[in-house]
Design a protein around this ligand. Structure first.
Ligand code: AP5
Length: 218
């Protein structure tokens, strides 16, 4: 089964996608992580996306769709995947339906994690990440060890460049303009499952799993 997680920047998509993928035993595919890794490694893809991401704008559809097409076709995704941060435009959602159909699959539910913008900003502002292993913390809701280093690998934690206030505003604007219409795309044919994301992480996780199961995807 293939499942997409939707929601505002900071809604908790990465947190919940990781938990859900673990529960379902399928890969967690995050376009943001793929782009950030490429940027950190200085690959040609990374050089194309670095400035776009730091400014909080969206990477062009053609590039993003090509990345996902290649990843979804990999052998480890044959049983399906949990998509985090994709699709983010109606063009991406349409392309996803097409590429899954070519693979003989179809998207199960699109799970929309509902939080308001004020909560999203709180989460983005307090987020700290490990540049080495990717672990995510929040200064208040998921605090890191007292020495400010990653509890998993010991690296110094950082704030994502696009969590700076100006980039946050741009990301919220990009969401309103380009991503909010994706909700209507899935709502139209009954594939959108709404889950209240403004609860403790474990409660959201239980609700997502229950919604996915009730939606018949697993
Ligand atoms: P991406 O990395 O996808 O960023 P995003 O969508 O803005 O989402 P975030 O990663 O910021 O937040 P999240 O919802 O995953 O929340 P998280 O779980 O971390 O994309 C980055 C950039 O890449 C884009 O701006 C764009 O440039 C480019 N890009 C990516 N995909 C693209 C696409 N498809 N098309 C075009 N461009 C694309 O949680 C946030 C914080 O809150 C954490 O600190 C966490 O610990 C905490 N938290 C989580 N859940 C809870 C909870 N229930 N209670 C309390 N705290 C919580």
């Amino acid at each position: 089964m293939d499942i997409a997680l939707l929601g505002l920047p900071g809604a908790g998509k990465g947190t919940q996608a990781s938990l859900l993928a673990g529960e379902l035993g399928v890969p967690h595919i995050a376009t943001g992580d793929i782009f950030r890794q490429a940027a950190a490694e200085g690959t040609p893809l990374g050089d194309q996306v670095r400035a776009i991401m730091e400014a909080g704008r969206l990477v062009p559809d053609a590039l993003t769709i090509a990345v996902i097409r290649e990843r979804l076709g990999a052998a480890d995704c044959a049983p399906g995947a949990v998509l985090d941060g994709f699709p983010r435009t109606v063009a991406q959602a349409t392309a996803l339906d097409g590429m899954l159909s070519e693979l003989g699959r179809s998207l199960g539910p699109a799970v929309y994690l509902v939080v308001d913008e004020a909560r999203a900003v709180e989460r983005l502002s307090g987020r700290r990440v490990c540049p080495r292993c990717g672990a995510t913390y929040h200064l208040e809701t998921a605090p890191p060890p007292a020495d400010g280093r990653c509890g998993r690998c010991g690296s110094a934690l950082v704030q994502r460049a696009d969590d700076a206030p100006a980039a946050q505003l741009q990301r919220l604007a990009a969401y309103r303009e380009a991503t909010a219409p994706v909700l209507a795309y899935y709502r139209r044919d009954g594939r959108l499952l709404e889950v209240d994301g403004d609860r403790p992480m474990a409660d959201v996780g239980r609700a997502v799993l229950a919604a996915v199961r009730a939606g018949g995807a697993v």
